[in-house]
Write a protein of this length. Sequence first.
Length: 367
Amino acid sequence: MSRKLMALACVVVGLHIVGILTLGTSTARGLLGTSLQIFSSGLAAAACLGASRRGRGLSRPFWLLAGCGMATWGIADIGWMYYENWLHLVVPNFSIVRILFDVQGIFFAIALFLDQERDSPSFDLETLLDSLQIAIVFLSVFFGLNYVRLLRGDSDTARALLQTWIFDALNIALAALAVIRTLSAPTRRLRKLYGELAFFLVIYTACSSIADYVQAVRQVPTGTWYDLFWTAPFLLGALWAARWKEPEEQAAAAPHSRKNLARLATKNVTLALAPLFVVALVVQFGPEWRRTGFMLLAMSMVCFATRLGLSEYRQSDSAEIARRNTLAMDSAINGMAILDAGGKYIYVNQVYARMIGNTNREALLNP
């Protein structure tokens, strides 16, 4: 499969080169270039969906979200082709096409914030709330820093530069976050998954920043060598997804209680940053946009409160279950012991302690 995909990627690149060298400045060259970009993003999306079916645990929603990000870019490029090659018009600043290009990174951001500790294959309520919170932050960024300022009457060059700067800044932030998530992943499998995502995002950011600046700011039409800077990352993404195989590994050892406390504090701080970030953007809105801004802020605060309440409920529920299990094992007539990955006792009941000739249970747990 990967060899066939590699051959197909070479054909796509070859068609790009042939079109640039033989079609001159005709409309057909731009149409061919955009069509190949759309095909590449669709190919990457299909490969990601295939990887999702092969995956287990967290990698299933991860690949599904990555595929949605790839597909959203392709849908936006179809709209771009409609304006440029059919209507022969510049895409309007407030078109859904530009919005889709800007917000396709939402799906990668959600994938980066999936709960690595739970490693769940499904979307639960907490994940949906996190996804909504991320979407609100993205919309606040683009609405507050981009479209509201465009309505104030900036020049076309200033608008293009602003859109390019925001697009590049968010891509850089996503790549940096992917590196952080790679370093903090609890298992080798997840480190491999997020490490390869970080590599893809770095390549995508570097290529897209060049192509976006040239085509959006300098008004270079499609059908040039710069089209390859859009196509190449998606072909790379398709090859990455097609080659992905779930490595076999044992479950990660339970983290130390201090690490659990640090991760809990980090998670709660991260949850609180989202509404604070939205507040920082809303205060910059003009009077005519305050209502929209406060609606986004209210939604963000509701998501934060609900998410925090769910986390507290799950923690208390887990603590109660652990307490009941401990009581049940303490009162059991059979000897019971639990060892960690290093072979050290983390639990023994009194019966087990007597069985091995040590009546001091605490001495076994704290040698």
